[in-house]
Design a protein around this ligand. Structure first.
Ligand code: ADP
Length: 417
């Protein structure tokens, strides 16, 4: 019976499993050679093999004691394979004298490789596929003892540990490579997106400038009241677009320059400046506009321009989304906690989840006429995250909101420039 059950040897899944290990046709390897040498020495046999059984041949990943040409080609056709039977039955095969054994008596390995006694243990992957045999061969008849088979079984297990370890390392390398190439692709796409945004936003500014210029010229002409109304609508739309462009560019700038400037920034000064900046806006709405600053300077590490943008955004929103005569209180504690509390329109619970998503705008009866881009809060959140801080937010619809953030403050022992 020169060939074992072909349907098992040729099984596509088994072959796939074998080939995925990438051991076929690879050079000799000391890690496997050590185990075959050990088997040969301990069991006192002339030949020991790590055999991988392919569809139409057997390949010796490791061999001790084979004669030429087998020691050089490191493979034979299946006509010369005992190991195929180990694989086909997925069981140890122990043969005292091959010439008398019904399974292999006509196998060409008896004549060509002088295989007389044989003991092979299946090498099975964790997925349950027998891929080969770890075997020892003697050139004379031999009765294998249970102890010898036990040693062989243990060594076969070591071979499989080695095989699986390699597969794991290769898999990890593959995942790592995939991750790296994905990361590279994402970075490229990010860059492309940034470039496109920048170009588009810049290019939009020129035609907007032209519209504004000509609209201003038209105002000087003798226009009817309704024509003036139209003109005002045009100006408002242009203003809205300019704000959108500004916000998109701000966001782009923050995303592009991950860390931003890294300097020692006094948050107390920034809050004061941002508060003053918005004073007029609050005054126009006759709001109760107050500031409570920390006792001492509050130093944080980061980008002053970005942080000021975040502060102004939150203070501006509080004024914008609070009715005439309402209250807006701005606070900064010594611990680096900044808050703006207002008695404004508040945000319904159902709409709070998406609040910080780009372009999200709350829809309520009270605020639907207030203009905005829906980018401000997203911008603030990104700035705060980039500075390693956390956002503060709570709101009750109809009562008011508190927005803010907390940054870690530099301790006094740190050098402050
Ligand atoms: P914008 O104000 O340009 O629409 P933001 O991202 O700054 O964009 O704000 C998103 C939405 O969150 C706003 O549309 C507004 O409805 C709501 N919002 C922000 N701040 C407040 C606030 N202090 N009080 C009530 N609603 C607010």
């Amino acid at each position: 019976m020169p060939f074992a059950e072909p349907f098992i040897i040729q099984d596509e899944e088994r072959l796939q499993s074998l080939r995925s290990l990438c051991l076929l046709d690879t050079p000799a390897d000391p890690a496997f050679d050590r185990l075959t040498e050990l088997a040969a020495t301990i069991l006192n046999v002339p030949v020991a093999l790590v055999t991988l059984v392919d569809a139409d041949r057997q390949f010796f990943k490791s061999q001790v004691g084979l004669s030429t040409p087998w020691a050089i080609t490191r493979q034979t056709p299946l006509t010369h394979s005992f190991c195929q039977h180990v694989v086909a039955h997925a069981q140890p095969l122990v043969i005292e004298d091959a010439r008398l054994h019904p399974l292999v008596y006509d196998n060409l390995a008896i004549i060509d490789l002088n295989v007389i006694a044989y003991a092979g243990i299946p090498m099975t992957t964790s997925s349950g596929h027998a891929i080969g045999s770890f075997c020892v061969i003697d050139h004379t008849p031999r009765q294998w003892t249970a102890h010898e088979i036990d040693i062989l079984t243990r060594l076969a297990a070591s071979v499989m540990t080695e095989v699986e370890l390699r597969a794991e390392i290769r898999e990890r390398q593959r995942v790592e490579q995939e991750r790296e190439s994905l990361l590279k692709r994402v970075t490229e796409l990010e860059q492309l997106k940034s470039d496109m945004i920048r170009v588009a936003a810049h290019d939009l500014r020129t035609p907007l400038g032209i519209i504004t210029g000509y609209a201003a010229l038209l105002e000087d002409d003798n226009l009817s009241p309704s024509q003036l109304d139209f003109l005002q609508e045009i100006s408002k739309a242009v203003y809205r677009m300019e704000r959108m462009i500004r916000d998109i560019l701000s966001l782009e700038r923050i995303e592009a320059y991950a860390a931003g400037q890294q300097e020692d920034v006094c948050l107390k000064t920034l809050v004061q400046v941002a508060f003053e900046e918005r004073h007029m806006q609050a005054q126009q709405k006759n709001q109760h506009y107050t500031l409570a600053l920390s006792a001492a300077p509050v130093f944080v590490r980061g980008d002053g321009v970005q942080l000021r943008e975040a502060l102004e955004n939150l203070i501006g929103n509080a004024i914008k989304y609070t009715a005439q005569e309402g209250c807006v209180s701005v606070r900064l504690t010594d611990a680096g906690r900044f808050e703006v509390e207002d008695t404004g329109y508040g945000i319904p619970d159902a709409q709070q989840e998406l609040l910080f998503a780009p372009f999200f705008r709350v829809r309520t009866r009270e605020t639907h006429e207030i203009e905005g881009t829906g980018l401000g809060l997203h911008l603030v959140k990104r700035i705060v995250e980039r500075h390693g801080g956390v956002m503060i937010f709570r709101s009750e619809y109809g009562k008011g909101s508190t927005f803010g953030f907390e940054l870690s403050v530099m301790s006094l022992s740190e050098d402050v420039v």
